[in-house]
Every structure is written in structure tokens, then in C-alpha cells.
Ligand binder design. Structure first.
Ligand code: ADP
Length: 260
């Protein structure tokens, strides 16, 4: 055969992945892992086969959000990704560490290699969507992901506090460098609703997500409120029991962008 064909590993031969969606943010704590998880849950409910690659190596939170405690197994073909209760496949460094509290004190080169192995040595099987929870910012890992994986597009997560700075713009510029498609921008924690009168309270000031998306020429996907139920369900590892109409609408917008 042609010598330019990439050499596929056994795990890759055993996998067939539709779209790869990278979820990014400018900085930490804006809800990137939450959005990645909710997107996976929503696609899974719609009957799609979904996997999550937790590339946030130094702050991996996906296994906890899904309540996955089972460790990854290795067989002759590769690493078998553990599954959530509803069958979402998850690969995260925490599923390989003996003790999930162990800190990751590796240098960039090893982390880069680990990301490549999450792609080459994990038996993902057949997936419609592989979601990548990227670390915040524009460091080594996002670069490795864009260089080593056939990313189909990016969802950017921001919060109103973050938009004041230019960190988001940096992340958008970086992804554009790699000719990435932007499915759009989600503004998380945009407001809170008073539990008594349902009045909308804009805790961090007026949301600017729509404006920011327009400035960067990427689609605006919508806002999510601060919802204590979301954070408590995540803490309990029960994200699969959480549902909100706000987010279902955002997922529809994402699927429209993916289909373009
Ligand atoms: P990141 O991945 O950007 O660091 P996380 O998704 O881990 O952020 O979210 C940070 C914290 O904020 C978590 O405790 C999470 O449960 C909480 N959180 C995220 N989005 C919301 C929201 N819309 N409402 C309430 N809590 C949220």
C-alpha cells in the first residue's frame, strides 16, 4: 500500500469516530467541564454514541461528574475506556491513576505523549461524537490536540467575568490558526434567577457573549444561568440525571452548526 498512509494502531483500527468536538475556554472555572458533560449527556439521550476524552490533565473532573470510579483496563488491543451508567465512554488520566488524589507533576513532553496515547491507544469503538474537555488557555495540550487529532470543530465556553479580558480572544485566535471550525460560543453563568420571584439577576454585570461572538465572527449559541442543581448533581456524580431546556436548545444549535 501507499507509504504515505498513516500507520494505524490496533486500537484505532478497532475504532470508528464520527465528529470530534473540542470544548475550550480561556481560563478555568467557567464551566467547560460541565458543558462538555452536559453535551455528552444530551447527545447520549438523543441516541448518539458518545465518548469523552478528558484532556484537562492537571485538573481532570469528568470521571467525578459522571460518578465513574472503575479504572481503565488494558487488553491486547489497547486501553478500554470505562463507561458511565448510560454508556458514555470516558477516558481520563484519573481513571489510570492508582489514587485519584495524586497530583500530576509531569512535564509538558510527557503530558503531550499522554494526550497522543489517549487518541492512539484507547479502544473507543464506534462513536458518533468524541468530545474533548480541553485544559483552559492556549498551552501545550490544546496545541497537541489540534496537531494530532482530526478535530471537527470547537465549542467555546465563557462566563461574563471572563469576557472582560482578552483571554477568550487568545483561545479563539489559537484555534483559528489550526483552521478549526467554530460551532460557537456559550456564555455560562450569565445570570441567576430569584427562586421566589424568578427575577433575572445579572451577578457579573450585563452578559456580553453575543457581542463577543460577533466580534470574533463565530456563532453565538446562547446563555446558561447559574443553577445550584447543576453543581450539586455534578458533585454527586449524577450529571446524567440533570436536564435543562436552556441547554437542550444550545445542543440543537450546535448540531445545526455541525451539520453545515
Ligand atoms: P471548568 O471546566 O471551566 O474549570 P467546571 O465545569 O469544572 O469549570 O465548573 C466549575 C464549578 O462551577 C463546578 O463546581 C461546577 O459544578 C460549577 N458550575 C459550572 N457551571 C455552572 C452553572 N451554570 N451553575 C452552577 N454551577 C456551575
Amino acid at each position: 500500500s501507499c507509504s504515505n498512509e498513516p500507520q494505524l494502531s490496533e486500537a484505532q483500527k478497532a475504532s470508528k469516530i464520527g465528529k470530534i468536538i473540542a470544548v475550550m475556554s480561556g481560563k478555568g472555572g467557567v464551566g467547560k467541564s460541565s458543558v462538555t458533560s452536559m453535551l455528552a449527556v444530551s447527545l447520549n439521550r438523543q441516541g448518539y454514541k458518545v465518548g469523552i476524552l478528558d484532556a484537562d490533565i492537571t485538573g481532570p473532573s469528568i470521571p467525578k461528574i459522571f460518578g465513574i470510579t472503575e479504572k481503565a483496563n488494558v487488553n491486547k488491543i489497547g486501553v478500554i475506556a470505562p463507561q458511565s451508567r448510560n454508556g458514555i465512554k470516558v477516558m481520563s488520566l484519573n481513571l489510570m491513576l492508582e489514587n485519584e488524589d495524586d497530583p500530576v507533576i509531569w512535564r509538558g513532553a510527557i503530558i503531550t505523549q499522554l494526550i497522543q496515547q489517549f487518541w492512539s491507544d484507547v479502544v473507543w469503538g464506534e462513536l458518533d461524537y468524541l468530545l474533548i474537555d480541553m485544559p483552559p488557555g492556549t498551552g501545550d495540550v490544546p496545541i497537541t490536540v489540534f496537531q494530532s487529532l482530526p478535530v471537527s470543530g470547537v465549542v467555546m465556553v465563557t462566563s461574563p467575568q471572563q469576557l472582560a479580558g482578552m483571554i477568550v480572544r487568545k483561545a479563539i485566535k489559537m484555534a483559528k490558526k489550526y483552521d478549526t471550525t467554530f460551532y460557537g460560543l456559550i456564555e455560562n453563568m450569565a445570570y441567576a434567577s430569584c427562586p421566589d420571584c424568578h427575577k433575572r439577576i445579572e451577578i457579573f454585570g450585563t452578559p456580553k457573549g453575543a457581542e463577543e461572538a460577533k466580534k470574533n465572527e463565530i456563532p453565538y449559541l446562547g446563555q446558561l444561568p447559574i443553577d445550584p442543581v447543576l453543581s450539586s448533581m455534578s458533585d454527586l456524580g449524577k450529571i446524567e440525571d440533570y436536564q435543562t431546556e436552556n441547554f437542550d436548545n444550545i445542543v440543537q444549535r450546535i448540531l445545526e452548526e455541525v451539520a453545515k
